[in-house]
Design a protein around this ligand. Structure first.
Ligand code: MN9
Length: 291
């Protein structure tokens, strides 16, 4: 088996639902193939974008299995994070069993844990799975902010492969990469991918890649070839689309785009609202032509 690569573009996979609000396995396979065809290196499975916290443990396992079956050769990172650390442990073991390449977790949230407790959560999961651990840093959602001194406590350890960095504090991103050049840093906000690259990111994990990964694969290539202005033009085009998505709700709109492109995704789960007819029209008239 060839060594899996962790640089490049990773789609934070959306989770398609059918009419009964169950996982749509068929659409999930199509979505994986569609993304492989756009040139992604791999997938970040059941993360925020995959509605992890709205899925049961069995549903999370089903998504993980389906993706592994559909993309056995891609690099696969399972987000196993949960507010319930025991569930996270179960999923971490399952990721190992399925042959995933790494696990990742958001910091334990809702209760206000000390940093020592957060650290213990991560180290236990890394030991449970025996897979490289990717810290998922998303302070606006988790409420857990970490600076370079906290991050260093993970990145200096062999069990940690790097950080998925979803924040616009690029100075801290740069400090992570400069202090730990051998670790992988993923840019988390798609609309700032080029900025992240210029501060040292090795790649990116993002939600808009579900339907436009090809643009980001290209930005990455152009950046690597020092063709910055061409990369900028593509980022600008992508950002027109992301600006439109932000106005109507990012994940519901992403699902609607894919549905209109021929992969039925269903709505995001309650308490997200179903996509309105007005949003469907906006997607059709204003967004699809920009892709
Ligand atoms: O996975 C995503 N972050 C969140 C990363 O969902 C919070 C991003 O891809 C954003 O959805 C995207 C739009 O803001 O950058």
């Amino acid at each position: 088996m060839t060594e899996k690569r962790f640089d490049g573009i990773f789609t934070a996979l959306l989770t398609p639902f059918d009419k009964n609000d169950d996982i749509n396995v068929d659409s999930l396979k199509k979505l994986v193939r569609f993304n492989l065809d756009m040139g992604v290196r791999g997938f970040y499975v059941t993360g925020s974008t995959g509605e992890a916290f709205l899925l049961s443990t069995d549903e999370r396992k089903l998504v993980m299995e389906t993706v592994k079956d559909a993309a056995p050769d891609a690099t696969l990172i399972a987000h196993i994070g949960s507010v319930n650390a025991k569930e996270a442990g179960t999923l971490a073991k399952y990721a190992k069993e399925l042959g995933y390449d790494a696990i990742s977790s958001v910091a334990p949230f809702y209760y206000k844990y000390s940093f020592a407790e957060i650290k213990d959560y991560y180290f236990r999961l890394a030991d449970t799975a025996g897979l490289p651990m990717l810290v998922y840093h998303i302070p606006t959602f988790s409420g857990v902010n970490m600076g370079i001194s906290e991050m260093s406590q993970f990145l200096s350890d062999d069990r940690f492969m790097g950080i998925k960095y979803t924040s616009n504090d690029f100075f801290t991103l740069e400090q992570c990469k400069a202090s730990f050049p051998d670790k992988i840093v993923y840019n988390g906000f798609d609309e700032m991918f080029l900025a992240g690259l210029s501060m040292g990111a090795d790649g990116a994990i993002g939600s808009t890649y579900n339907f436009m990964a090809d643009k980001f694969v290209k930005i990455n290539e152009l950046f690597g070839a020092d063709r910055l202005h061409e990369a900028q033009a593509i980022q600008k085009n992508a950002n027109e689309i992301i600006t439109a998505l932000c106005k109507i709700g990012v994940m519901p709109a992403e699902k609607e785009i894919l549905t209109q492109l021929g992969i039925p995704m269903g709505d995001c789960r309650h308490p997200f609202s179903p996509v309105s007819d007005e949003v469907k029209e906006i997607v059709k008239k204003d967004i699809i032509p920009l892709i």
